[in-house]
Design a protein around this ligand. Sequence first.
Ligand code: ZN
Length: 330
Amino acid sequence: MASDDKTFWQCDEVGEEAALERAPTGISTVSPRMRIGGRRTIPGGQAVVETLETEGVRECDAWRCAILGPGASGRLGSKKPGILGRGGSGVSLSEQKGTVARRLLVVVAHPDDAEFTVAGSVALWAREGHHIWYVICTDGSRGTSDPKLTPQELSAIRAEEQRAAARMLGVQEVAFLGYVDGSLEPSIDLRRDLTRMIRRHRPDVLICQDPTVRWSGQEYINHPDHIAAGEASLAAVFPAARDRLAFPELLVEGLEPHKVAEVYVTGSREPDLWVDISSAIDLKIRALKEHRSQVDETNLEQRIREWARRAAQGREGLEYAESFKYFRLR
Ligand SMILES: [Zn+2]
């Protein structure tokens, strides 16, 4: 993206405060439309952060986000939020804090990872008025077999695709950390950058990839970047974001320690929390289609529905789900 692109403004500290003012913490005070997009570089880091022009918070006419724990059963589509059935370990985001909007940070390796893994839940949470930020660790510069595309061109295309998808889902901001695609490591630098993002956004909930999954079945070898992003995310949540003396340079930047309350890990072999995305699966598919350089639209819809159906398997009353390994840390 060119720096003279008029859609975005280079943001300094004042601009950042202004952006935060546009992202108030209570549902009732959320403006119906975020008017201004922005771009800024975070002090002390290489991250480029872009505030999206979104439709803002949409009214939710009924409770549609059911989160079920192990052995849970119950009627879905209830207008009341809550745990459905006995034995549920998951609690709806809304129920936990009444009508107070919560803060969610989604950390993934590549542009498109969030849409594949968590877009249905993100769409629901945005609809409920929660504040959602994306952090994309790599520049996505390797994901093509087109010999005519340079890494720089591909990276710019994928950033634009990611912005479009995030905007559609109601995500408020996308940060691109800019690590080279395919070479991501769970390094101390990455941990520091993610700790910086956590301390800056102070999320209640962090959503990340599973660092323990190397393969699945006979057809899937996990991308090493996903593992690295997941490992660094968990290490940033605990203990780095919490510990005052971890990364003292962040204190110098004015970033105080922060305890993340909950973690949702995507792609886990041992999920224990399910989100009913039946009312959001169409939007998830549309958001995925924004990643034109990555997805083959042939069978995409069928494939996503099949995955979501498989994730919901065995959960009574669920048709489409996204599943997570869930942690409550405080
Ligand atoms: Zn990926």
